[in-house]
Design a protein around this ligand. Structure first.
Ligand code: NAD
Length: 264
């Protein structure tokens, strides 16, 4: 079992009730970090909190909210101050935006994608980076997508917002590096979560083939030959957050089993 020296640190994770977000929460709790979990459904958050507390001697708080809400970072900040005093680790994560051609998305859909997948990252980071600077230690992780590097027409909303997050991360990583704060974007290709299953079902329906066939077809494009498990993706993130990852900043790391083909 690796020791990543996170005992007593506090991590705030958005989109924490399912999939990748919950996987990261569990992994950080395994390393001793206290948690503030944020998602939209109280019932799901309570279940997650229970599961984590069953296996780990850490403190877990929850906050119900949508990251599109511009006041959410302020609410999270007051919980952090009251319950933990400080936030050491910020993981910006949320569900992905809709599929479809850019010609068909109305302005409302573009703006929703912007607030959910781009501006929420800026807003949470602005709220928590100043205290990290004062403590000379911090970790900011943004979960995006391999689409940031290799866009596709149907995923234009995701690709556009994710590339923006990579640029934002790189820009601020330079400003924050002298304060012991690293900022990295981790880009999944395929991680076996509920969202992935849903996307595969949509493509299967469109191509009129069954789910298993579609799944196999998707996996064939990944050189490693399979999707990532939630745990192995979360382990990459936990390493970046750990003391051992302290020299890594400004990355847009494709944790995608070799899916993306470009060298940069
Ligand atoms: P998921 O749908 O399984 O989980 C998303 C989590 O975020 C859930 O807890 C959900 O309740 C929460 N959430 C969604 N919208 C929110 C909002 N507006 N405010 C607060 N919480 C919100 O998704 P996942 O597969 O874990 O993916 C996480 C991120 O990684 C997504 O942005 C997704 O697009 C991206 N991604 C995932 C994959 C993959 O293979 N799973 C691949 C590429 C990119």
């Amino acid at each position: 079992m690796p020791n990543y020296y996170l005992k007593g640190k506090t991590a705030l994770i958005t989109g924490a009730s399912k999939g990748i977000g919950f996987g990261i929460a569990k992994s950080l709790a395994n390393e001793g970090a206290n948690l503030l979990l944020i998602a939209r459904t109280k019932k799901d958050l309570l279940k997650c909190s229970e599961k984590i507390l069953l296996d780990n001697d850490v403190r877990v708080e929850i906050l119900v909210g949508d990251v599109k809400n511009k006041n959410l970072p302020e609410k999270a900040y007051s919980i952090i101050k009251k319950k933990f005093n400080n936030c050491d680790i910020l993981v910006n994560n949320a569900g992905g935006p809709e599929l479809g051609s850019f010609l068909n998305h109305p302005e409302k859909t573009w703006l929703e994608a912007y607030f959910q997948n781009f501006y929420s990252t800026v807003n949470f980071t602005k709220k928590f980076a100043p205290d990290m600077k004062k403590k000379n230690w911090g970790r900011i992780i943004n979960i995006t997508s391999s689409l940031a590097k290799e866009p596709t027409p149907q995923m234009v909303l995701s690709a556009s917002m994710r590339a923006g997050v990579s640029a934002f991360s790189k820009s601020i990583s330079t400003e924050l590096a002298p304060y012991g704060i690293t900022v990295n974007t981790v880009c999944p290709g395929g991680v076996l979560t509920e969202r992935l299953e849903k996307l595969v079902k949509i493509s299967a329906k469109k191509e009129k083939i069954d789910f298993e066939k579609m799944l196999k077809k998707n996996v064939e494009s990944i050189p490693i030959g399979r999707f990532a498990s939630i745990e192995e993706f979360a382990d990459v993130v936990t390493f970046l957050i750990s003391e051992r990852g302290k020299y890594l900043t400004g990355l847009s790391l494709m944790a995608d089993g070799g899916l993306t083909k470009g060298i940069f």
